[in-house]
Design a protein around this ligand. Sequence first.
Ligand SMILES: [Zn+2]
Length: 391
Amino acid sequence: MALRFLIAWVALAAVAPISAAAEAPARELQLTPLVAEVVAPPRAVPGSDGQRHLVYELAVTNMTGGAMRIDSLDVVDAASGKPVATLGPDALEGRVTPGARRGHETAELSAYQFAVIFLHVAIPDGDALPARLLHEISANFELIGKDMRMLVGETEVIATPPVVLGPPLRGKGYVVGDGCCVSIRHVRALLALGGQLFLAQRFAIDWEKIDADATLVAGDTKDVANYHIYGEQVLAVADGEIVAMRNDLPDQVPGALPAGLPIDEADGNFVVLDIGAGAYAAYAHMRPGSLRVKSGDGVRRGDVLGEVGNSGNSQAPHLHLHVMDGDSALASNGVPYVFDAFAIAAVDEAGTEDFDKAEATGSPLTLAPRSPPSQFTNVLPLDLSVVDWPD
Ligand SMILES: [Zn+2]
């Protein structure tokens, strides 16, 4: 079997002269009725749970003229041959996405069908981060009439540390909406743009704010001003230069996403900030007319860029923030980032459904307090954490 062969090869390579070890590992050549490739090589982010998280996508195509079913997928450390994550049939049913069309997940692919498998691998603190990954897929093919195991989708794991940011907002009680790594609205926002797949929002957060009663909104939920985050000042997360912005789009009436919005209005009023080293911070859905910066301006960390609003493809006031590897908020690849200092005061352990209900109705979040608040340095606050920024 290919995996055993690989392990044998690695064992040989360990004692082979350096010149031989520098060559690419030769794997058993296998005719595979499935092809697989990562959308972008994964890059780990340290989370507020003490683990490092790899969030990436494997694009697969059934090369046969009959149906196939993916039964298991092991994410394998290419050097050791050991699995770092195992997905069985239940997990795959929720992660294999034909046509990358969110909401249509199934582990069964029809003839010649393309799908994207959305992957999340958590590496516990203390375990080494693999330098390369392979994917051992076990699948059944209708036309072949038997199960096949294949090693596919080899990729490097990018070792570059995540970008370090300062606070995007001031004060306490900010909720991480649709954050890393199990919520799906950002993590699976794969777009085909200009004939290519992009996932700019891979590590995006929709920030909202609670009051002392743990609500996101008080009073009429159709009035943007009743959301506690509305109008809060949005801050530069690092020194940099404004490379794109917009300031003229109206706020949406909360409660539903706008219909028929052109793609170039999805971010509403936005800022793209070049923070150096090939990284760009994208801020979206800001309040009309609130932007204080224009393209070409240099800003310092902590400078006010504008205010939180509800413009663009937004159904309630919030600050959408992500970091990406290009200056387009859509046609770029989302990269990990961390905040240099924050506290977590509580976590909504009741999940996204509870958060959505609180946003739509004004019900309080179901919070599990962290008392006293836990302090964090240089990690990403994970989904549904309630974050306090330092004074
Ligand atoms: Zn968002």
